[in-house]
Design a protein around this ligand. Structure first.
Ligand code: B12
Length: 285
C-alpha cells in the first residue's frame, strides 16, 4: 500500500484517471515512475493531496484507511462529543475513523490532540464518579486513542535526514497519551522521534539523549509523585541540555506543581505551542 497507480487514486477521490495523470504531469501531485514508465503516487503524497484539497475519500480501503468506513459517510459536526460517545460505547473503528477524518479534513495532529481528544477524555475522566464501569471505559478509551494515533502516524513518514526529537513522561507519571501526542505532533512537523513513554527516569532519558544527540527534547508532566525530586532532576536536565545546545520543551497538566524557577526549558501548555516551537526550530536550521 506504499504506492498507488493513478487509476486507484482516481477511484479513491472520485475523479477520472486522466485528471490524476494531468495533475501528476503538471506537478500538482508529486509522483515517480516505474521502470516501465508508469506513474506511481506515494500513499503519503496521496494523503497530503486529499488534506490540501479537502477531497472526499470514497474508497478508503485503497489507501489502507478502512476505519473511515465505520463513519458510514458521516462528517464530524461536533467532533469532541462524537468522539466522546464513540469512546464511551467502545465503538473503536468509529473513533479511529473520526480522528482520521479530522486529519484528512485538514486538522493538524496538535489541533486534534488539544481539541477532541483532550475534551473527550476530560469528560470521560469524570465518569468514575457516578458509573461503576467508569474506570473500565476510561482505560478502553485511552487504548482506542492510542490505536488512532498510531494509525495517523502511519500516514506520514518524516525524511530520513530529518532532525531527531526525544521525549518522555517523567517517573511517577503513568500517562501515556500526552507524550505520544507530542511525538506524533513532532513527526507531523518533520522530526524523527523517539518516545520513551510514561514513567521514564531522567537518567534513562539522558542516556538516550547522549547516545542519539537529538535537536529537541520534550518532557511531559501529568502527575507528580515527588515534587522536590522531579524539580531537581528537571533543573539538572535543563542545564545539561543547554550545554549541549539541545532545545527542551516542557508541558503537561502538573508542571505547575513543580518549583522550577524561571527560564527552565521552553514551557508550553498545548500541543499547538509545541508544533509552533518545533516549526520555528526547523525554519531556523
Ligand atoms: C486516562 C486517565 C488516567 C489513566 C491513565 C492511563 C494511561 N496509562 O495513560 C490512569 C488510570 C492511570 C489514571 C490514574 C489516575 N487518575 Co487519571 N485521568 C485520566 C484522564 C481520563 C485522561 C488523561 C489523558 O490522557 N488526557 C489526554 C491528554 C492528551 O490531555 P492532557 O493531559 O490534558 O494534556 C494536554 C496538555 O496538558 C498538554 N500537554 C500534556 N503534556 C504535554 C507535554 C508537552 C511537551 C506539551 C507541549 C504539552 C503537553 O497537551 C495535551 C493536549 O492538549 C484524565 C481526565 C483529563 N481531564 O485529562 C484523568 C485525571 C487526570 N485523573 C485523575 C485522577 C484523580 C486519577 C487518579 C488519582 C485516580 C485514582 N483514584 O487512582 C489516578 C492517579 C494516577 C497518578 N499516578 O497520578 C483526575 C486528576 C484530578 C486532579 N486535579 O489532580 C483527572 C483530571 C480525572 C478527574 N476529572 O477526576 N488516570
Amino acid at each position: 500500500m506504499k504506492v498507488l497507480s493513478p487509476r486507484d487514486f482516481a477511484r479513491v477521490i472520485g475523479v477520472s484517471e486522466s485528471s490524476v495523470k494531468r495533475w501528476i504531469d503538471d506537478g500538482t501531485i508529486p509522483a515517480s515512475r516505474t521502470v516501465g514508465g508508469h506513474r506511481r503516487i506515494e500513499r503519503e503524497e496521496a494523503i497530503r493531496f486529499i488534506r490540501r484539497t479537502r477531497s472526499p475519500v470514497l474508497r478508503p480501503e485503497l489507501l489502507g484507511l478502512e476505519d473511515l468506513r465505520a463513519l458510514a459517510g458521516k462528517t464530524a459536526s461536533a467532533p469532541s462529543s462524537e468522539l466522546h460517545d464513540a469512546l464511551v460505547d467502545g465503538r473503536d473503528a468509529e473513533a479511529r475513523g473520526l480522528i482520521l477524518s479530522l486529519y484528512l479534513g485538514g486538522r493538524g495532529v496538535a489541533a486534534i490532540g488539544d481539541g477532541p481528544v483532550r475534551e473527550a477524555l476530560d469528560r470521560i475522566g469524570r465518569l468514575w464518579l457516578d458509573r461503576e464501569d467508569g474506570v473500565f471505559i476510561e482505560h478502553r478509551a485511552v487504548d482506542i486513542c492510542i490505536q488512532a494515533l498510531t494509525q495517523l502516524r502511519l500516514t506520514f513518514e518524516p525524511p530520513e535526514e530529518a532532525p531527531l526529537a526525544i521525549g518522555a513522561a517523567v517517573s511517577g507519571d503513568p500517562y501515556l497519551l500526552p507524550s505520544m501526542i507530542a511525538s506524533t505532533v513532532l513527526q507531523e512537523v518533520g522530526f524523527q522521534t523517539m518516545n520513551l513513554g510514561p514513567e521514564t527516569p531522567i537518567a534513562t532519558l539522558r542516556h538516550a539523549l547522549s547516545t542519539h544527540e537529538p535537536r529537541l527534547c520534550w518532557l511531559s508532566v501529568s502527575a507528580v509523585d515527588d515534587p522536590k525530586a522531579r524539580a531537581r532532576e528537571i533543573r539538572d536536565l535543563a542545564s545539561w541540555l543547554a550545554t549541549r545546545g539541545v532545545s527542551g520543551v516542557l508541558g503537561g497538566r502538573s508542571v505547575d506543581r513543580l518549583d522550577l524557577g524561571p527560564d527552565i526549558l521552553e514551557r508550553a501548555d498545548t500541543m499547538a505551542e509545541l508544533a509552533a516551537f518545533a516549526r520555528g526550530l526547523l525554519g531556523a536550521s
